[in-house]
Design a binder for this molecule. Structure first.
Ligand SMILES: [Zn+2]
Length: 372
């Protein structure tokens, strides 16, 4: 999560600083702007920009007329110079995305998946098919991130508990050996949090709440993922929001996950799409269920905010449908809140339902950028 990629000396190189400045830059940026902003001499800027251009990572982009006649050439990173893949695993599907260095999704696919078939072979097969279908240049591929809905061991070699996949104490070693590219496996909510952190210009503190088949979370403090003593921090899905309430996949009752997950909708016999189209048609049964889900979600959000006092970002599959309901959710949150009357701290994720997948890929993008 931090910005120091593996192998990079502690003191950032001029080349790395220039690249990262251009990566975050939103407007026109010429060599003179780089020298001024980073406190570098013009020869240093010239030399390092030339190096970055030789590496295919930076190119010229447009011109600006300078006072006195001479025009300055703008610089920009080449986003497609490297690519990364993110795979999100759920109990019934794999979602795969290719991203560029700006974490823009350049290809996407959904494939059916059954956890009973194991992870290694299905993921490997779908990945290769996906790369072939999109003619992805393997030489530009930094790696493959896999987002799983469960708790991993500290070394990410063991999936300790994934209730929505029906898996407990399963080795994921086979994924590292079967997939012929660098592999990173992480909890889906951690991935989603990483993607949001990346796209929000490294906002240092936030809580991320993931609404998928299950409900998970991630806590970011001072630009780092807070993992807790045993890698189990941010398990917001299993906070109790209704003592003695609905049965949860973890075996207990009244958890946030039991109230606000995709699975609750499916358990009522609807697909998510069907459910939301019925809601739009004012179906009373769906309306009552959704009202109950939103009210419990508001309790969960309030609890998270009271404990952490930071922005709470909602991501995951359900947020793809949440936009038109968001003002109402904020109202519920504000109603139960101690101080923050407008609940402005509650926000929808930038990537909506694609956060965990893009966040899995983000691991490699971030590592690459940090390592230049
Ligand atoms: Zn639970």
């Amino acid at each position: 999560m931090d910005n120091n990629g593996g192998g990079r000396p502690a003191r950032a190189t001029a080349r790395g600083r220039i690249y990262r400045y251009l990566h975050r830059s939103r407007g026109f940026c010429a060599k003179q702007d780089l020298a001024r902003a980073l406190g570098l001499s013009m020869p240093t800027v010239y030399q390092n920009v030339n190096d970055l251009m030789d590496m295919g990572l930076v190119s010229y982009s447009g011109q600006r007329q300078a006072t006195g006649g001479r025009s300055a050439q703008g610089l920009a990173i080449v986003p497609e110079a490297r690519l990364a893949v993110g795979i999100s695993v759920t109990d019934d599907r794999l979602r795969l995305a290719v991203t560029d260095l700006l974490l823009r999704q350049v290809a996407y696919k959904v494939a059916p998946f059954d956890p009973a078939d194991g992870l290694d072979e299905p993921l490997y097969r779908e990945l290769e098919r996906f790369l072939d279908e999109n003619e992805v240049d393997r030489f530009r591929l930094l790696g493959v991130g896999v987002a799983v809905p469960g708790i991993l061991s500290a070394d990410s070699r063991q999936l300790l508990f994934a209730p929505t996949l029906g898996l407990r104490n399963v080795s994921v070693e086979g994924l590292y050996s079967r997939i012929p590219y660098p592999v990173h496996i992480d909890n889906d909510a951690n991935c989603g949090g990483s993607a949001e952190w990346f796209i929000r210009d490294h906002q240092p503190n936030m809580a991320y709440l993931s609404l998928e088949g299950g409900v998970g979370g991630a806590i970011l403090i001072n630009n780092s993922l807070y993992t807790g003593m045993t890698q189990r921090s941010g398990e917001f899905g299993h906070m109790c929001v209704e003592p003695g309430g609905l049965a949860c996949s973890c075996g207990r009752q009244g958890c946030l996950e039991a109230y606000c997950s995709v699975r609750r909708i499916q358990d009522e016999g609807f697909t998510v799409q069907e459910f939301f189209s019925r809601l739009e048609r004012h179906d009373p049964a769906c309306g009552a269920l959704w009202g109950d889900m939103l009210r419990h979600l508001a309790i969960g959000v309030n609890n998270i905010h009271m404990a952490l006092d930071c922005d709470v970002i909602l991501g995951g599959y359900l947020t793809g449908y949440l936009e038109s309901w968001f003002p109402l959710l904020r109202e519920y949150v504000a109603h139960g809140s101690l101080l923050d009357e407008g609940a402005e701290y509650l926000q929808l994720s930038t990537f909506r339902s694609h956060s965990s997948m893009l966040g899995a890929a983000c691991h490699f993008v971030q590592d690459f950028i940090g390592g230049i």
